[in-house]
Design a protein around this ligand. Structure first.
Ligand SMILES: Cc1ncc(COP(=O)(O)O)c(C=O)c1O
Length: 500
């Protein structure tokens, strides 16, 4: 197909040329009624682009096939058979693909380092989720994902499983051996679904890790908004082959996609696909060169350690545009450094945790951004050397590898049954009734139904006190956690007992 075509961009341009007089939603009517302050902040054009499809971008019956043609072009660009653009982020895409392969009660194997999107969907839909233990790099205190051997063992133990879902690349840019994982899944007759939220660009640059679909995944979900240039919430589902029923995937998409998709988001998905399919390699050459120079400069700053390919297990690969920095030698937390960078230099990093900062370079990153970051980190290194007390000192925080994933009761019984709030410090031995996922990366450390151990409590308290932001808890002060009142608890389902 001619990847220079941009059906959604063209359709939007046509509406701008010949505006439609609307008597339906959206009620701002192409910006005639903009909420207070929005003209100055967003400008009228944003509202003029916020038309609905059909009738606006297309005709009443979508007869111009603008969206369909955009989907076909995207499928072709990723060498897939089917594509759907999603305007509710990869969160919605992940809900959709799970709905396409499993019904309530079905067993599904999901990487233990999966994002809360997968865990929460399984919870709400009543899937029997078996967490696949993720290989942990204990030296760096990061999770990579399940190995092929782990997946094979889990499939042996759960022969009725409907699908395997892994995250690749991880938030830290580490991509798994998808070919080997796909081979294992396919040998057991199940599809491999890949949450490649951070890996949408891989198909377009030989300097990035291999694309999940190209390696044999049956479905990949990409957040085109994360690194590739689309507006926030722009995501795409791509599928290949017939292990996943295409009609069912389509049906699931229709179940979850809003009836009022944002045209600005859809148009940027179309344009992002165009840019990558026609010139992605050059776009990413620039980003990767920038990342290489950043890496070199960071290694010269006293006390910083940079994660690189030499730190990887042999069968994994690294997206070098994602730069993981270990700051623990400074004796302060990543959270404190993150806050300091924001306060003193107006810099916002991709992630911070007890001992790391994560810098994610993407299409919009510039030389000047990189210089600013390096200058700021040098500034902080010098100030800390002169006066370590400018930031609170922390010792080593408990390791991720210490966190067990034992499920005690059925997750839905924990979610919907009687609950109470107890202080973090008093929670050991209780059963969680809410999801606790420090964000980013949004990987749940506790989910409803899971036994809370002393180690969880130590990890939670230490990270909270060091500055972690827990995304989900009911108690925003992060002092109490929602737990099950146990006398009323139901017994655990079969698939939910797997341990890390
Ligand atoms: C691995 C992974 N999957 C899914 C998501 C959810 O993506 P979105 O923010 O597009 O909904 C994220 C978000 O950070 C993520 O890191």
């Amino acid at each position: 197909m001619d990847q220079h075509q941009t059906p959604l961009v063209d359709a939007l341009a046509a509406v701008e040329r010949r505006p439609v007089t609307g008597f339906g939603a959206p009620g701002h009517s192409a910006g005639k009624a903009m909420p207070t302050g929005m003209r100055r902040l967003l400008g009228k054009r944003v509202f003029q682009a916020d038309v609905l499809t059909p009738k606006g971008l297309d005709d009443r019956t979508e007869g111009l096939l603008a969206l369909q043609r955009a989907h076909e072009l995207a499928a072709d660009a990723w060498s897939a058979d089917f594509c759907r653009f999603v305007t509710g982020g990869s969160t919605q895409s992940l809900h959709t693909i799970l709905a396409a392969v499993a019904r309530p009660g079905d067993t599904i194997l999901i990487a233990a380092n999966a994002h809360k999107a997968e865990r929460n969907y399984a919870l709400a839909a009543g899937l029997d989720l078996v967490p696949l233990p993720a290989a942990v790099d204990t030296e760096w205190d990061i999770e990579h994902g399940p190995t092929p051997a782990t997946v094979a063992a889990a499939l042996e133990a759960h022969p009725a499983a409907k699908a395997v879902l892994v995250v690749s690349p991880s938030y830290y840019g580490v991509s798994l051996d998808i070919a080997a994982l796909a081979a294992v899944a396919h040998a057991h007759g199940v599809p491999l679904l890949v949450d490649a939220a951070w890996g949408g660009a891989f198909a377009f640059s030989p300097r990035l890790p291999a694309d999940a679909l190209a390696q044999g995944a049956d479905i990949a979900v990409y957040s085109l908004h994360k690194t590739m240039g689309a507006l926030a919430q722009g995501s795409a589902i791509l599928s290949r082959g017939d292990r996943v029923d295409r009609q069912r995937l389509w049906q699931a998409y229709e179940m979850f996609e809003t009836t009022s998709p944002s045209i600005p988001i859809l148009a940027t998905l179309d344009a992002t696909r165009h840019d990558h399919a026609t010139g992605g390699e050059a776009l990413w050459d620039r980003v990767l060169d920038l990342a290489a120079s950043l890496r070199t400069k960071l290694t010269k700053i006293h006390g910083l350690r940079i994660f690189d390919r030499t730190n990887l297990p042999g069968d994994m690969d690294l997206d070098a545009s994602t730069v993981l920095i270990d700051i623990s030698a400074w004796g302060v937390s990543g959270y404190a450094v993150d806050d300091w960078l924001y306060k003193h230099h107006r810099i916002s990093v991709g992630l911070s945790d007890g001992r790391h900062l994560l810098v994610i370079l993407s299409l919009g990153s510039t030389n000047s951004d990189v210089r600013k970051l390096v200058r700021a980190l040098r500034d902080l290194a010098n100030r800390l050397a002169a006066d370590p007390a400018i930031l609170p000192a922390v010792g080593p925080l408990p390791a991720i590898a210490s966190l067990d994933v034992e499920m005690a009761i059925d997750p839905s019984a924990a979610l919907f049954g009687p609950v109470e709030q107890v202080g973090y410090e008093a929670a050991a031995g209780r059963i969680a009734a809410e999801t606790i996922a420090p964000a980013p990366p949004g990987v749940p450390r506790l989910v409803p139904g899971q036994r809370i151990s002393e180690r969880h409590v130590r990890w939670l308290v230490a990270n909270r006190d060091a500055g972690a932001f827990m995304l989900d808890p009911i108690d925003p002060t992060e002092r109490t956690i929602r737990v099950v009142v146990e006398a009323a608890a139901a017994p655990v389902g079969t698939g939910t007992l797997a341990r890390r």
